[in-house]
Design a protein around this ligand. Structure first.
Ligand code: FE
Ligand code: CA
Length: 505
């Protein structure tokens, strides 16, 4: 499939004969999967690409030397750093450059060159120094871009937003074909090997709108389940319960994830483990804590029965305090970070809806097994750590549920008077489908801590931080079934410093 599908995004490549090395110049663009930057720190960013030959005459065999450069201007006249990296076959010919020695809080432009071909020019932005007083910072947050179900107009819109960084919260790929009214196809089955996962990423990354969002901003990423297997928990999954099969798939999937994301060389995955959780600081205004609630979590409550009906009713196991969502090590790291936090806003970037959502009827309680509701004691522990932070204001950003939500996060949902510990926003899905909005509204009505819910629309969220308030906008596209669909604001919220809880604006 690599041979024929990478037509989009080739227009900006051009010849640079003077850069041709000993190897013969390539006839086709090796940058058909785009370029990206990520992990923005005050003095460094990661630059990414992955070489792939479109033309069969272009042989990308063995280790290939790739030139990179980063400049202070968009025409790349004032180069500040440059060098060479090696694209190795064992890492899928991916290129990750940890560029050091940059200045904080300023834009840079970058590009790659290989065998007479240059990549498009990308733009990135370093984070401000931790001590810098910052008046504003702006981030998009998004998840769930099922390729078959729609076009990525939302990613095109994200490319055009003014942002410090993009937060991507999981389901970057989907392993399985599902849903209605496909506009295009994976043209491959469910991945199990490293090459299968690589090809799935290549398929997604061939999309020009997605490439545009990567080329426009640095990305901060976490993952959810579909990067490996639907609803997986650590080493089990409804579709692959036996760890003997799931762990090798997880190793392949994690490696493919690293190969396709602007992540540091310092976190190369080793087998089925990958330390993805991380922290980012934006001056005195915000600290972003990125967590991984998939890799270390306990199996679903009442597993394996709960792998048939994904909802939990009368499952005492659910309340077992030993059940973990983050794993002991990440949990301790999280609590320590909250204790030491000192920015105006704590931002928690994570993958699944965090609030309690009881969908039971007639006095019965019913909870979704795969989200935080399957791990209520772990959620309480996390919120206890948030409440113990000297930082008063915490926003939790999430994905996974393919709908927009604004909720109050509380330590105890049974107590109507329990204080709101943090404010949650879930930013819809780029393309992935949901059920009916009437059902969403019914659940929202029955859960008074839910302040807003909306499904049957797609898009992303924007969080704009200022010292005294955060403004959150839910942005939607008119349709995912057509290309270049326009985007508009569905709903805007304000959270005032010192007053947790979303207010409609
Ligand atoms: Fe999803
Ligand atoms: Ca998911």
């Amino acid at each position: 499939m690599q041979r024929r599908s990478f037509v989009a995004g080739l227009g900006s490549a051009f010849w640079l004969p003077s850069l041709a090395r000993a190897a013969a110049p390539l006839a086709s663009d090796p940058f058909g999967l785009g370029i990206a930057s990520g992990r923005p720190l005050p003095q460094s960013v990661v630059l990414w690409t992955r070489l792939m030959a479109v033309n069969p005459a272009d042989r990308l065999d063995g280790a290939i030397t790739v030139g990179w450069s980063i400049a202070e201007d968009e025409r790349m006249q004032k180069t500040v750093r440059s060098g060479e990296a090696v694209a190795e076959p064992r890492w899928g010919h991916s290129v990750h450059v940890d560029v050091e020695g940059l200045k904080p809080n300023r834009p840079y432009w970058y590009r790659f060159t290989v065998q007479g071909k240059a990549s498009p020019i990308g733009r990135t932005l370093t984070a401000p120094d931790a001590t810098q007083r910052l008046a504003t910072a702006r981030f998009s947050f998004a998840s769930c871009q099922m390729y078959e179900q729609g076009f990525y107009s939302a990613q095109r819109a994200i490319a055009n937003e003014e942002l410090n960084a993009v937060l991507f919260l999981g389901d970057y790929i989907y392993e399985r074909s599902w849903g209605r009214e496909h506009v295009r196809k994976h043209e491959a089955g469910v991945p199990t090997t490293l090459d299968d996962y690589r090809n799935r990423y290549a398929r997604y990354k061939s999309d020009a709108d997605l490439q545009a969002a990567h080329a426009a901003h640095p990305w901060i990423v976490t993952w959810d389940d579909h990067e490996v297997s639907n609803d997986y928990a650590n080493d089990t999954a409804p579709d692959v319960i036996d760890p003997k099969f799931l762990l090798p798939m997880r190793a392949a999937a994690y490696q493919a994830f690293w190969e396709h994301m602007p992540l540091s060389n310092k976190v190369k995955p080793a087998g089925p483990s990958f330390k993805l959780y991380d922290r980012y600081r934006y001056g005195d205004l915000a600290e972003i804590t990125v967590i991984d609630d998939r890799q270390y979590r306990s199996p679903n409550a009442c597993f394996p029965e709960s792998y048939k009906n994904r909802f939990l009713v009368d499952c005492a196991d659910r309340l077992d305090p030993a059940r973990s969502m983050l794993g002991a090590e990440q949990e301790a790291w999280f609590a320590e970070g909250m204790k030491r936090a000192s920015a105006r806003w704590n931002i928690i970037a994570q993958q699944t809806l965090m609030t309690e959502l009881d969908s039971g009827k007639d006095g019965k309680h019913r909870y979704w097994a795969d989200g935080w509701d399957g791990y209520p004691m772990a959620r309480r522990k996390l919120l206890d750590a948030v409440a113990a932070s000297p930082v008063r204001d915490t926003l939790v950003l999430g994905g996974d549920v393919h709908s927009f939500w604004a909720t109050d996060l509380k330590r105890d949902y049974a107590d109507a008077k329990a204080p709101v510990v943090a404010t949650e926003f879930v930013g819809g899905s780029i393309t992935s489908q949901t059920g009916k909005d009437t059902a969403t509204q019914e659940v929202a009505r029955n859960n008074p801590h839910v302040r807003y819910a909306r499904s049957e629309v797609n898009g992303y969220g924007i969080v704009a931080l200022e010292p005294a308030q955060a403004t959150i906008s839910f942005r939607t596209v008119t349709s995912v079934k057509e290309r270049n669909a326009p985007v508009s604001t569905l709903q805007r919220f304000v959270v005032e410093a010192g007053q947790p809880g979303a207010k409609r604006a």
